[in-house]
Design a protein around this ligand. Sequence first.
Ligand SMILES: *Cc1c(COP(=O)(O)O)cnc(C)c1O
Length: 368
Amino acid sequence: MQQTNIPMVDLKVQYLKLKREIDQAVSSVLDSGRFILGPQGEVFEEEIADFLGAKHTIGVASGTDALHLALVAAGIGPGDEVITTPFTFIATAEAIAYVGATPVFADIDSRTFNIDPQCVKRAITGQTRAVLPVHLFGQPAEITALRRLCEEHNLLLVEDCAQSCGAAYGKGMTGTWGDLGCFSFFPSKNLGCYGDGGLVCTNRDDLAATLRMLRHHGSSLPYHHSMLGYNSRLDEIQAAVLRVKLKYLDEFNRRRRENAHYYSLGLKDLDVAVPSENPSGIHIYNIYTILTADRQRLQEALTEAGIASAIYYPIPVHHQDFFRQFATGKSFPVSEQVSKQVLSLPLYPELTFEQIDRVVEVVGGALN
Ligand SMILES: *Cc1c(COP(=O)(O)O)cnc(C)c1O
């Protein structure tokens, strides 16, 4: 079979397009001699606050740290329960365990793969302190229903926006509906840097002030440490890269949506389920995921044709060794079912329609 070599993401083509601007941004940081907590980080925080429509933004060292520090700032700890989805990347649940709280899982909607507000409602107990939904694959979760539930039960709403930077639900960006929004700038995310990076946004002054101290050893005045803090800053080189890429984020996300829609058109008559979009939200397709009963056959055919594919995620969180203890005797049938059938196909802004045609052709051939 003809070798085409289509990767899941191609960070090199994007770099080559922006090379002049990125190289200049990076070398200006090298020239400045300031690498941690400097002007690039400050200006990036302002620019992304504008983009999101958030009052405060606090750059941190990764998306995992954004989630962890958000929960620390919110005062969540041992004895508290945090409701989240079992169908996500492990970091969402890890953050809950880091602060000593108990992750309580609530099942997902089979069409959007996002946490089901009805299941969240049933999981609320007297110990529940927060709900932590994920906007999975770039599709906003049912955030207004979740917010209403949180208001009714006096719970914090913390959003995992690692895959949804630039996605909106109604009039608000993901991250701005809750008390705290947590972002990742891991290279393959919609807004990615060239290393690790993350950010927390909030409209609450108290949480923002605490987060600024937490990321910097509990300090707001040099060598005065008023709380137990961490070393978790977004560095100047990453901030300078992100300032360049933020200008193009809407365009990147538009291209991702066009590519996703082109895939869905091509796949619509085949025996696979294409992603369904929540009409209240703008899905920005960090990942393009279909459901298929023939996953192994499809993956083999794609591999043979030089086309990458991936399984996000093959094992739900409550079946992971460390997290089983939080779900004894419980099952989450939708998460368990979709984890057996999901298959993610290559998708990035620079992917061409010709490449998508080729992927669709191979998928169609394998299903015949
Ligand atoms: C990527 C990701 C994270 C973690 O982000 P890092 O920057 O890699 O630490 C958390 N949650 C979800 C859903 C993710 O996809």
